[in-house]
Design a protein around this ligand. Structure first.
Ligand code: BYC
Length: 331
């Protein structure tokens, strides 16, 4: 039995022997583990994609489940701040575009939960962990969307930040995640353009509308800076994820790419950011930002953000109200 688990690269990770003993193909003490790991890492270094049936170390599988599950949760919870504005959209055109965007975000969650399922974690378990608050979702969705301008800033800059992150992660080593992200990026690009169009319209409007955009940007700026995760020195997972090709660029590299793309656009539109230290560093060709409120970030990701409880309550309500549909499908 041991032989089949450790010598067959397609063997499942966890196998129960006839004697009821649980063994995994990721037991570092097993003599074949090292050989499997070397072959696995050589495939990654050669730029090959890892597919669901391929042998992979247990930690690779666990990291991907953590990452993809959090990403899927973020798409589902992320639909809520904008979704609550659908009834108040200022025109039919905006209402149709926002409704389509919210539907897209929920669709992204479906694609991502599916990608996580290929690693062996059942969707019901992921839903239960989202509903009981034990799994994470992106910090940005724990803040309120106070005005219509917040909806515009979310679509322009949060989707813009997500495109930067996802275009990078789409080149990662796990095939199903990369393919899901490529498809998601097409839709996010459309959302970002829709957001930019809303921002330009508001900025060409009245003084009150311009002020509304500036106030919304002031609210979202620091959460956006923290969207890319802690600085590389504080990041827990980056080193391992980079080594295994899951995360081709670090948190700080991703943040820099975002600032390089969006800071010029923010200033061109006549907007500012609430960060006295923000400046362009000629020598490095990079935008330098001030220190973000990281204490707030850690509070938020532990579930203590201003809207964390309300978002979860809405999510649970939607889950409970959809119970009859799930039951009908099972019949
Ligand atoms: N928020 O070691 P680190 C969208 C956690 S939705 C919350 O650097 P990693 C949209 C991190 O999980 C798209 N938690 O982690 C939807 C870890 O905690 P655990 C959202 C965060 O994984 C609707 C700890 O901090 N995008 O665009 O190497 C409408 C240490 O961090 C955050 C994604 O989900 C955060 N921002 O790198 C509109 C991107 N950052 O797990 C728009 C996918 C860090 O040890 N995720 N943490 O308990 C990633 O790319 C990576 O997970 C991160 C973090 C870059 C975010």
């Amino acid at each position: 039995m041991y032989g089949s688990v450790y010598t067959d690269p397609n063997a499942p990770d966890v196998v129960e022997t006839a004697a009821g003993e649980i063994i995994t193909s990721d037991m570092p003490e097993h003599p074949d583990y090292e050989a499997h790991l070397v072959a696995f890492e050589a495939r990654i270094d050669a730029g090959e994609k890892i597919e669901p049936d391929d042998w992979m170390p247990r930690r690779y599988r666990d990291q991907l489940i953590r990452l993809i599950q959090q990403h899927a949760n973020s798409e589902l919870i992320g639909a809520l701040p904008e979704g609550t504005w659908i009834p108040y959209a200022p025109s039919l055109k905006r209402k149709k575009a926002l409704t389509a965007k919210v539907q897209d975000e929920v669709g992204h969650a479906q694609l991502l939960y599916r990608a996580a399922e290929t690693l062996g974690k059942p969707r019901e378990e992921m839903m239960a962990e989202l509903n009981d608050g034990s799994s994470k979702w992106s910090n940005v969705f724990a803040y309120p969307a106070e005005t219509w301008a917040d909806v515009a800033v979310i679509a322009w800059l949060i989707d813009g930040a997500a495109i930067v992150n996802q275009t990078i992660m789409a080149n990662g080593s796990y095939g199903p995640y990369g393919r899901a992200l490529k498809r998601i990026c097409y839709e996010e690009s459309f959302h970002m353009k829709h957001g930019e169009d809303m921002i330009i319209t508001l900025m060409e409007g009245s003084e009150a509308q311009r002020q509304q955009v500036q106030e919304a940007l002031n609210r979202w700026y620091w959460p956006l800076i923290m969207f890319f995760g802690p600085h590389d020195k504080q990041s827990v997972h980056t080193e391992q994820l980079k080594k295994w090709g899951v995360k081709p660029k670090t948190n700080d590299e991703q943040r820099q790419e975002f600032l390089g793309k969006y800071m010029p656009r923010i200033y061109e539109l006549g907007l500012t950011v609430p960060d006295p230290d923000m400046h362009y560093d000629e020598a490095s060709g990079e935008w330098r930002h001030g220190e973000a409120p990281w204490d707030e970030f850690y509070q938020v990701i532990r579930g203590n953000g201003p809207m964390s409880a309300e978002r979860l309550a809405t999510r649970r309500l939607a889950y409970d109200e959809g119970k009859w549909v799930r039951e009908a499908l099972e019949r």
